[in-house]
Design a protein around this ligand. Structure first.
Ligand code: VGL
Ligand code: ZN
Length: 201
């Protein structure tokens, strides 16, 4: 079966400088290698009439998400800064959903979680997918153990058929087993664990 058609969407998660460029503040090992694959999938999806949509981690300067403010992460993806920009080689052929602007954790592209109250609020992603008549989502990007898996799990919870492109993702691995655990959780939730078609010439 074809991966992409007019009822499919490719969700490209957080391919941003702070995660995908070695000098970025939260560089994810292996992130640069996925970019040509992600770009090829974006072109294929677009050609097949699928909806291509991006997410961006988009934090204020101070948020309980950051270690300096009581969280666990180095400062990264501050709204409007270089670190929050897309990687310069990323092919961008669709809209971007920004998450975390009000200090939420915002791991998932679909929902943001207030780190103090635990309250979750939806982003515009689900609405965008429904407007485009999407039934199946294909997910690629960063990072396997955080935003990528949170997005894929939410997609399943919301009833979308979900495929994860295992060769177009990369993990932070704060603990060495985090990547394997995230993949197992996605599989257990009914995500199809697939592979890219390869890079276009
Ligand atoms: C992410 C850690 C902190 C991600 C975002 O995009 O996976 N990871 N913020
Ligand atoms: Zn973040």
């Amino acid at each position: 079966m074809e991966r992409y058609d007019a009822t499919a969407a490719l969700i490209i998660v957080d391919v941003q400088n702070d995660f995908a460029v070695p000098k970025g503040s939260l560089f994810v090992k292996g992130a640069e290698q996925i970019i040509p694959l992600v770009n090829s999938e974006a072109r294929r999806a677009e050609e097949a009439g699928a909806f291509v949509v991006y997410t961006q981690d988009w934090h204020p300067e101070s948020t309980p998400h950051f270690a300096k403010d009581g969280g666990i992460w180095p400062v990264h993806c501050v709204a409007g800064t270089w670190g929050a920009d897309f990687h310069p080689e990323l092919v961008v052929v669709g809209p971007s959903v920004k998450k975390g602007s009000n200090g939420e954790d915002g791991y998932s592209g679909f929902t943001m979680r207030d780190p103090e109250t635990g309250e979750t609020t939806p982003t515009e992603l689900e609405g965008l997918l429904r407007e485009h008549g999407v039934r199946k989502v294909v997910v690629a990007g960063l990072a396997t153990d955080y935003c990528l898996s949170a997005t894929a799990l939410d997609a399943r919870r919301l009833g979308f058929e979900t495929e994860v492109l295992q060769d177009a993702i990369a993990a932070v691995n704060l603990q060495p087993e985090d990547e394997a655990k995230a993949k197992a959780a996605m599989q257990a939730a009914g995500c199809v664990m697939g592979y890219c078609f390869g890079t276009l010439p």
